[in-house]
Design a protein around this ligand. Structure first.
Ligand code: NAP
Length: 481
């Protein structure tokens, strides 16, 4: 009999899991989705200019390519439409329970008791697809609640608030800010960009596909696959070594500095925008419209520390900047994986207790003491150089290979010694990566431990996740009757 599977989240991860279950003929699953629509991060992030800086032919499922894409990089509405299309084509929408937030899950020795709303149901397996970037981070700036204008987070865009002729503050300058600032700058009368730390920025080589290319993608067998493979291999061969402080690190720095020089003629502004840490330590911004927006006459880049927010202004040491709108492009609570769900494992401890020293999971997927719990896009599986969808597909494949094993043997969990060896391996690999020192980033905890990123080539991750579950896993309980 097929195991019953609770999938948490209907974003790229949860949908991929549901689709592969369907394709394998396993229908005993439910997708719990807190919101009233699918798409996860691509539903939440609808700010003007939202899009993906990874080419779409790679930032898509390998089993579902779109022949009709007209440009290299897609914007949010098209990515969301793609996910809606996938849910319909593979007929998983009927399995999604919208407005159903999983609050807790308790392992009872045999199965998981999953609680959503006031209903608790048993499942053999839980797969979490809650992402790393789904809980907005709001800063703790004195006076924030007293602001008399309109304020919102970039991932909770207030579409009812017209920015035409407004005086706007954008706090933060990461990838989200870089995408929305050019659009906001076109509308606002005055835009203050509050930058705490400059980012490395490289151009986004966007292009439209002409009729010939589109025909080719549609009708030439293997062309889409070859194009996808080429983008993947190129990122792996050039960007990964830069993050591993190898041969291309200096090239990346030079490319970013050239981009800055090409786009920002004013030396004073250039100095403000020049980072003082190695490229890649924080996520590199890939955008060609960000710098030009900062050079507009109606835009100021403010680098003084924000001291407080008053009812009418964002105040720095140099004085108040009067605004009527504040956009918090201040990122996400990235190191609190799976929060606020409370997950209690085999020994009665919660995942939060077990992860006091920082979240960790074997392959980013499995955690000792938590049998038959599998994480998608879990700890140490984020990338700074390639497509997360690739990682998700590796994880789903791994989980699919675990299902027959746990069906035959009862609940399985990763062996503690395997987890310990995994930790050692990660630490050793992490030591050569650029993320450790010199910058603050969402990749790491306040103590500086990198909990989010995968420190190896993704080709290695694919090989490791493709291994069969035994002997890394062990059965730990009776089979479901
Ligand atoms: P982020 O990269 O974490 O950036 C947050 C920004 O807010 C930083 O500039 C940070 O400054 C600033 N900030 C935070 N707290 C602050 C405070 N108290 N005072 C002043 N400034 C503060 O968040 P994000 O831009 O939303 O991007 C998150 C990730 O989402 C990206 O790195 C990327 O992986 C993903 N993303 C991807 C795309 C894409 O095209 N693929 C697009 C958007 C987002 P510091 O740098 O000084 O900390």
């Amino acid at each position: 009999m097929s195991p019953s599977v609770a999938i948490v989240g209907a974003g790229f991860g949860g949908l991929c899991m549901a689709i592969q279950l369907e394709r394998a003929g396993i229908r005993s699953y439910v997708v719990f989705e807190r919101a009233n629509g699918l798409g996860g991060t691509w539903r939440d992030n609808s700010y003007p200019g939202a899009g993906c800086d990874i080419p779409s032919h790679l930032y898509s499922y390998s089993f579902e390519r779109y022949a009709s894409w007209t440009r290299r990089y897609l914007e949010q509405p098209e990515i969301l439409a793609y996910l809606e299309h996938c849910a319909d084509k593979y007929d998983v929408r009927r399995k999604i329970r919208f407005g159903a937030e999983v609050r807790r899950a308790d392992f009872d020795g045999t199965r998981w008791q999953v609680t959503s709303g006031d209903r608790t149901e048993p499942f053999d397996v839980i797969v979490t697809g809650t992402g790393q970037l789904n809980r907005p981070h709001l800063p703790d700036i004195p006076g924030m609640p007293d602001f008399g204008g309109v304020s919102f987070h970039s991932a909770r865009w207030n579409h009812a608030h017209d920015l035409t002729g407004r005086r706007v503050a954008v706090i933060g300058n990461g990838s989200s800010a870089a995408q929305l600032i050019p659009r906001v700058a076109e509308q606002a009368e005055r835009l203050y960009v509050f930058q705490r730390t400059p980012n490395w920025v490289i151009p986004k080589p966007d292009t439209t596909f002409g009729p010939l290319a589109r025909l080719g993608f549609r009708f030439v067998p293997g062309l889409q696959r070859a194009y996808r493979e080429w983008i993947y291999r190129y990122a792996e061969a050039t960007l990964y070594p830069a993050l591993a402080q190898g041969w291309s690190a200096d090239l990346l720095r030079k490319r970013a500095l050239r981009h800055l020089h090409d786009q920002v003629p004013d030396p004073a502004l250039r100095a403000k925008l020049t980072p003082g840490y190695p490229p890649g330590c924080k996520r590199v911004v890939i955008d060609s419209a960000f710098y030009p927006a900062l050079t507009r006459p109606n835009v100021d880049v403010v680098t003084d520390r924000i001291v407080r927010i008053t009812p009418t202004a964002v105040e720095t040491a140099e004085g108040p900047h009067e605004v009527d709108t504040i956009v918090y492009a201040t990122g996400f609570r990235t190191t609190e994986f799976l929060a606020p769900m409370e997950i209690t494992g085999r020994d009665g401890h919660t995942l939060e207790e077990q992860w006091k020293g920082g979240p960790e999971a074997y392959l980013g997927i499995s955690v000792p003491n938590f049998p038959n719990l599998f994480l998608l896009y879990g700890p140490n599986t984020n990338l700074g150089h390639n497509s997360i969808v690739f990682m998700i597909e590796c994880q789903v494949e791994h989980i699919m290979s675990c299902l027959p094993y746990l069906s035959a043997n009862g609940p399985i969990e990763v062996r503690p010694e395997v987890m310990a060896a995994w930790r050692g391996r990660l630490d050793a690999a992490m030591a050569r990566m650029v993320w450790g020192g010199g910058c603050r980033s969402w990749y790491k905890t306040a103590e500086g431990r990198v909990t989010n990123n995968w420190p190896g080539p993704t080709t290695l991750y694919r090989r490791l996740t493709a291994r069969p579950p035994a002997p890394a896993y062990r059965p730990v309980g009776p089979r479901t009757p």
